[in-house]
Design a protein around this ligand. Sequence first.
Ligand SMILES: CCCCCCCCCC/C=C\CCCCCCCC(=O)SCCNC(=O)CCNC(=O)[C@H](O)C(C)(C)COP(=O)(O)OP(=O)(O)OC[C@H]1O[C@@H](n2cnc3c(N)ncnc32)[C@H](O)[C@@H]1OP(=O)(O)O
Ligand SMILES: Cc1cc2nc3c(=O)[nH]c(=O)nc-3n(C[C@H](O)[C@H](O)[C@H](O)COP(=O)(O)OP(=O)(O)OC[C@H]3O[C@@H](n4cnc5c(N)ncnc54)[C@H](O)[C@@H]3O)c2cc1C
Length: 618
Amino acid sequence: MGITDMQEAFYYRECAAAHENSPLGLHYAMFLPTINKQATPEQKKKWLPLAENYKMIGTYAQTELGHGTFIRGLETTATYDPKTKEFILDSPTLTSKKYWPGCLGKTSNHCVVMAQLYTQGKSHGPHMFMVQIRSMEDHSVLPGIEVGVIGNKFGYGTNDNGFLSFDKLRIPRENMLMRYSQVGRIPRENMLMRYSQVSRIPRENMLMRYSQVHEDGTYVKPQNAKLAYGSMVLIRSSIVSDAARGLAQACVISIRYSAVRRQTEAYPGGEEPQILDYQTQQYRLFPLLASAYSLQLAGKYVFNTYLEVNDQIEKGNLESMPELHALSAGLKAFSTYEASAGIEVCRICCGGHGYSQASGLPKIYVDVVPGCTYEGENTVMMLQTARYLMKCYSRAKQGQKLPGFVQYIGQNLNKKSCMSEEVALGCLVMAYEHRAARLVEAAAMRMQSLIQGGKKQHEAWNGSSVQLFWAAKAHCHLFCVKNFVDAIQAKSLSSKTVTVMKSVCQLYGVHGILENLGEFMQDGFFSGEQVGYLQRKMLALFENIRPNAVALVDAFDYPDMVLGSCLGRYDGQVYQALYDYAKSAPMNQTEIHSTYYKHLKPLINPETTSDAMQFAKL
Ligand SMILES: CCCCCCCCCC/C=C\CCCCCCCC(=O)SCCNC(=O)CCNC(=O)[C@H](O)C(C)(C)COP(=O)(O)OP(=O)(O)OC[C@H]1O[C@@H](n2cnc3c(N)ncnc32)[C@H](O)[C@@H]1OP(=O)(O)O
Ligand SMILES: Cc1cc2nc3c(=O)[nH]c(=O)nc-3n(C[C@H](O)[C@H](O)[C@H](O)COP(=O)(O)OP(=O)(O)OC[C@H]3O[C@@H](n4cnc5c(N)ncnc54)[C@H](O)[C@@H]3O)c2cc1C
C-alpha cells in the first residue's frame, strides 16, 4: 500500500475489505505497535524492518485457556538461564495454553508472548517476549511448540484465532522486549541510544529507569509495571472509533432503507408511507444516529489523548497514565456496549431483510460485538474506570483540585435541574454531571459503610461493584454528552449545520436521560414537569431531524462497497439488489439441488427410485 501512517493504513484496509477481519489484522493492530512501543531501539532496529516487510508476520499472544482478564494470573512462564543467557518458555498446565490470539492458528510465524518472568528464582510478573513459532523456510511449526486454530466462532470467520503452547522452548535473552524492564546487562550503546531518544528527562530518571544490572540475571524494574500493558491501551483507544464506525454504518443502512421501504396504508385507502415516517421507527433509529455522531467525536478525543499521553510516557513522564487508562478502558466499554446494542436495533428495524446477509448488518454486528470482550472485558474495564473515580472522589473530599474532565466529582449535590421547555444544552450537561457525581458519591458511601461495618477492602469492593459499575457508566455517558456539546459550541459550523447538529446533540442528551430516568430522578433533581419537557422535546426533535435524516447518514460518506448492503445502497434500488443477490446464491446455480435425488425423491416417488436408492433404504 505504501501508506506509512498506521491509522490511515487501518482505514484503507477497512475500505478495501470492510469488516473482513484480515488474517493479518493482529499483525497490524498489535504485533507492530508492540514492537514499536515495548522494544528497545536495538530490538526495533532488528525487528521492525522485517515485520514491516512481512519477513516476520506476528500476533499478540497473551490470553490463555484459564485467564484472559487477570493478566497477573497468566501461567505461561519465561525463566532466565544465566548460564546460556536464554529464557525458557513453558506452558506448565492445560490452562496455561495460549488461546484466542487472532491470526495465530495458521498465519503467524512469530508472536509477542506475555509470560510470567522468573529470574534468580523470583517472579517479576507479566512481561513480553518475541517468539518465532514457525519456520521462515516452509512455515512448519518449530520444535517445542504446539499451535493450531480454536475452531468455529460466533463470527470473525476470516481470522484464524488460535491456541499455542510451549514445551521448555529456549529463546535468546535479547528476545525479551526490554524497553521498560531488562534482564541481563544493557549494552552501553543501548543506554546512549535510549538517552538520545529520551535526552530531555532528568538524569535521576535515567538511573531510576535504566539502572545497570549484572549478567547474572538481576532484574531491572520498569518505572511502572503497567507500561507493559501499553499495547492494550492503544487498541482500547482505537476501538472507540471502530465501534462508532460500525454503528454509523448500521445507521446508514437502516435509515436509507427506512426511507425506501413503504409498509401499511396510513389510513383506509391511503398510500403506504415510508416506514421512516412512523414515530416508533424514529424513536428507535434517530437516537442511534445521534449516538454514532457522539461516539465518533469521543473516538477522536480518546485517540488524540492517547497520542499525547504516549508522547509524554516516551519522554519518561508517566503522570497521565492513570487518567488515560481510566478514559480508554471506560470509553472502550461504553462505546462497544452502545454500538453493539444499536447495530442490533438497526437490524431489527429492517424487518426480514435485516436478517439477510444481503443487508450487510449481521456482518457489521459480528465484527463489532466481540469488542465488548476483547481488549478487556467490558465490565472489568468499567470497574477499572470506577477504581480511578473512587480515587478522584477521595482527593476531592480532601480538597484537592482534580484534573480536567473529572472536576465534577465531589460537587454539591444539593441542587435542582435548570431544565426548561427550551432544553438548553448547558442544562443537559448539568444533569449528566449531577447524575455521575451522585452515583460516584453513592458508590463511595457504599464502600465506606461496608468497611465501617467490618468488611475488608476487597469484600467492600465486591459488595459495591454494581454501584461502581453504574458510576463508571454514568461517567462515560457524561463524557460523551459533554464532548458532543463542546464540539457543537466550539465548531465554527455554518448556521444551518449548527441548527441540524444541535438538534442531533440535544436528542442524544434528552434520549439518554429518558432511557435512564431513575438515575436522574432518584434524588429529586428533576421534577415531573421537567420530565414532561424532555418527553415533548424528544418527540419534537424527531420531527425536526426527519427531513435531514438521510442527509445526516449520507454525511458519513461510506461508499456502497464498504457498506456491502442491498438495503443501504446510495441509489436506493433495494428490491432489484435483493433479487439479484438471491439469484446469485450458489444454491440457485442448478434448478434441482443434488440432495433431491438422495433425500426427497425416495419419499415423493419411491416406486421410481433407482435400485441403488432402494438398496440405500435397507
Ligand atoms: C498509532 C498506531 C495506530 C494503530 C491503529 C490500529 C487500529 C486498530 C483498530 C482497533 C479495532 C479492531 C482491532 C481489534 C484487534 C484486537 C483483538 C483483541 C486483542 C486482545 O484481546 S489482546 C488481550 C487483551 N486482554 C486484556 O485487555 C486483559 C484485560 N486485563 C487487564 O488489562 C488487567 O488485568 C487489569 C484488569 C487492568 C488489572 O490489571 P492488574 O491486576 O495488573 O492491575 P490492578 O487492577 O491491580 O490495578 C493496579 C493499578 O494499575 C493500574 N492500571 C491497570 N492497568 C493499567 C494500564 N493499562 N495503564 C495504566 N495503569 C493501569 C490500575 O489503575 C491500578 O492503579 P491504582 O492502584 O488504582 O492507582
Ligand atoms: C474475537 C476475539 C479476539 C481475541 N483476540 C485476542 C488476541 O489477539 N490476543 C489475546 O491475547 N487475546 C485475544 N482475545 C481474548 C480476549 O482478550 C479475552 O477473551 C478477554 O480479555 C476476556 O477475558 P476472558 O475471556 O478470560 O473472560 P473472563 O475474564 O473470564 O470474563 C468472564 C466473565 O467474568 C467476569 N469477570 C472477570 N473478572 C472479573 C472481575 N475482576 N470483576 C468482575 N467481573 C469479572 C467478566 O465481567 C465476564 O462477565 C480475543 C477474544 C475474542 C472474543
